[in-house]
Design a protein around this ligand. Structure first.
Ligand code: F6R
Length: 608
């Protein structure tokens, strides 16, 4: 995920663009850059690290008078965070500059084609390939608009791009496909950007571009065209009523809610470039070079630990790899026998900075265990120190309570299990194809059902928010979800909640049940449903109130039955997780708690 902005108007453009980048920095911050035209030449200034590094460079440069410019703040996908990989990228002949958010999946093929024509590449990015492809197509197409469209038709994947041409320095060309791009219409000035806050101080009139559309904007005009055939598109502008803070949250009340609703997009991004057609298998260059582990030692904290516990079910059942999952703060101080030959460590961390997880990684490496990192933050300590890294592509998570990161970790673990299943032969091709197809169906399914889930969560929250205690019960792949549901409720609403393996209740905890101690039971349509049902009946026999999260057609007589769409286990977790998150969110919001920044917590726990 990256942020892009383009400006054309009557103001000095570079300061406007840099100010816009400040409000897009949440989308990525491992490098940034700007481009503009001056005296018949395109100028590009880029810097590794946060935007402040770019600003320092700009402060040391001569003043820029251009009234058209574009900028980028990067969250690395192809190529490490470094100045050479920062955007904008120039075409070899220096006539075009491009900024890009997304992934061009066939960039290697396009690169080979262009290299054969003599093009040289100075970065590892797919963006540099695309800008040179546009330059190449310009030689044969009637004008730049046609060349831009032609090159984009040849590029497969997701993108929002903005292009600057030295020959028409007061015109922006931009396009989108599965990545956000919004046109901002001012008076004598126009903008394109990944998100509205980038230009909100200047205009509230916006046009939301749709997939497969190109926009051409000058200071006084704009035109939208269909990428397929360049036919013009008419679209009314809308007037945004949000203030700046609300705009950064895309109109959601809290970052947490926004991030819950981002989960379909997180899954789409996580699949991009890794899975094309269900029959083709899973492409994971990050682990393809590593031997299949004989045993996997998964270590993590908090929500990431719950993702690991869930992942064990897939790694064992699908790939046939024995898995141990442990809390990092316990793992690091436990005396243990030496690891065996062919075993591997897997540390899971959204931030990549959690002190205990990092210490566990170092310990495993000291003991000769190769360690794979599953991280969200590029350039984090765990990403740098692990022997290999798998990035989760969730984009920055701002709410302190982790939501979309867990979804992205689960998706990554499912992809790893599928990849290894091919190499161990534990799943046949048909079974793998079916599971890949299910993963691909998740974004649309969640997009359809999240609004209704949110509504149900709100209704249930009103009913249960006064409880002082809560049990969360689940079995099998739902046990980690029970732990996660309880964690979300306690950290957000400060209601005491315990996640328990449903079958363990009768070994003690059931003594707590009374009419004032409700239970949230995960009773999904899977092989363990009859067992969970009888555990629920045990609770009800002690006058305990029960909310059952289940699927259509499952017979249950609980106080509240919450039906979510069916998915086969263990992938059903992708639908159950947002339900749990939304319930906790709504309880906390109803109780007036600080949802995005709960008391006593920090986003990145860098102390042990
Ligand atoms: C809970 C939560 C924490 C983190 C834990 C690990 O909502 O966010 O439990 O999951 O602190 O953090 P990472 O994944 O950054 O290592």
């Amino acid at each position: 995920m990256c942020g892009i902005i383009g400006y054309v108007g009557h103001r000095p453009a570079v300061p406007v663009v840099v100010e816009g980048l400040e409000r897009l920095e949440y989308r990525g911050y491992d490098s940034a850059g700007v481009a503009w035209e001056q005296l018949g030449q395109l100028h590009v200034l880029r810097a590794k690290g946060k935007l402040s590094a770019l600003k320092e460079k700009l402060a040391d440069s001569p003043a820029v008078t251009a009234t058209c410019a574009m900028g980028h703040t990067r969250w690395a996908t192809h190529g490490v965070p470094a100045e050479r990989n920062a955007h904008p990228h120039l075409a070899n002949d220096g006539t075009l500059a491009l900024v890009h958010n997304g992934i061009i999946e066939n960039y290697q093929e396009l690169k080979t084609e262009l290299a054969a024509l003599g093009y040289e590449f100075h970065s590892e990015t797919d963006t540099e390939v695309l800008v040179n492809l546009i330059a190449e197509r310009r030689k044969t197409e009637p004008d730049l608009l046609h060349a831009f469209a032609q090159a984009l038709r040849e590029a497969h994947g997701a993108y929002a791009v903005c292009l600057l041409d030295v020959a028409e320095p007061d015109t922006l060309l931009a396009a989108r496909m599965s990545a956000p791009l919004i046109l901002g219409l001012g008076t004598g000035e126009n903008f394109v950007a990944s998100d509205i806050p980038a230009f909100l101080p200047y205009t509230r009139r916006v046009v939301f571009l749709e997939d497969g559309e190109i926009v051409r904007a000058t200071a006084s005009e704009h035109g939208i065209f269909r990428l397929a055939d360049l036919t013009p598109v008419e679209r009314e502008a809308q007037v945004i009523q949000w203030d700046m803070q609300a705009a950064q949250k895309d109109g959601f009340r809290h970052f947490m809610l926004k991030e819950i609703f981002e989960q379909p997009r997180v899954i789409t991004d996580g699949l991009a470039g890794r899975v094309a057609h269900p029959g083709d298998g899973v492409v994971l260059p990050e682990i393809a070079q590593l031997p299949v582990p004989k045993r996997l030692h998964v270590v993590a904290c908090g929500t990431s630990y719950h993702a690991g516990l869930w992942g064990r079910h897939l790694l064992e059942a699908w790939a046939g790899i024995p898995v141990q999952v442990e809390i990092a703060s316990e793992f690091r101080y436990r005396e243990k026998p030496r690891f065996g030959e062919g075993e591997m460590g897997l540390v899971i961390s959204q931030s990549g900075e959690t002190a205990d997880t990092l210490a566990a990684l170092r310990l495993m490496k000291e003991q000769g265990l190769p360690v794979l990192g599953l991280c969200n933050v590029v350039g984090s300590s765990i990403a740098r120190e692990a022997d290999a890294v798998f990035f989760t592509q969730a984009g920055p998570e701002i709410s302190v309570a982790s939501t979309k990161a867990m979804c992205s970790q689960m998706l990554s673990l499912a992809l790893m299990a599928l990849h290894w299943s091919e190499r161990t032969g534990a799943l046949d091709a048909a079974a793998r194809k079916e599971r890949i197809g299910l993963l691909q169906s998740l974004p649309a399914l969640l997009d359809d059902h999240l609004p209704q889930m949110h509504k149900t969560a709100r209704e249930l929250a009103l009913k249960y928010a006064q409880a002082a205690n809560f049990f969360y019960l689940g079995r099998g792949h739902c046990f980690p979800l029970a732990l996660e549901g309880a964690l979300k409720l306690k950290e957000l609403s400060y209601i005491h909640a315990e996640g328990y393996a449903a079958g363990e209740m009768k070994h003690g905890p059931i003594a707590l049940i009374d009419p004032a101690f409700p239970t949230f039971a995960l009773a999904l349509d899977d092989a363990l449903f009859p067992k969970v049902k009888s555990n629920i009946e045990e609770v009800q026999a002690r006058q305990g109130k029960v909310i059952a999260l289940t699927n259509p057609g499952m017979e249950l007589a609980t106080d509240d039955v919450w039906r979510i769409p069916y998915l086969p286990a263990p992938l059903a977790a992708f639908a159950a997780l947002p339900a749990l998150q939304l319930f906790s969110y709504e309880v906390a919001d109803y109780l007036g708690k600080d949802v995005d920044q709960p008391r006593n917590l920090a986003k990145s726990v860098t102390v042990e």
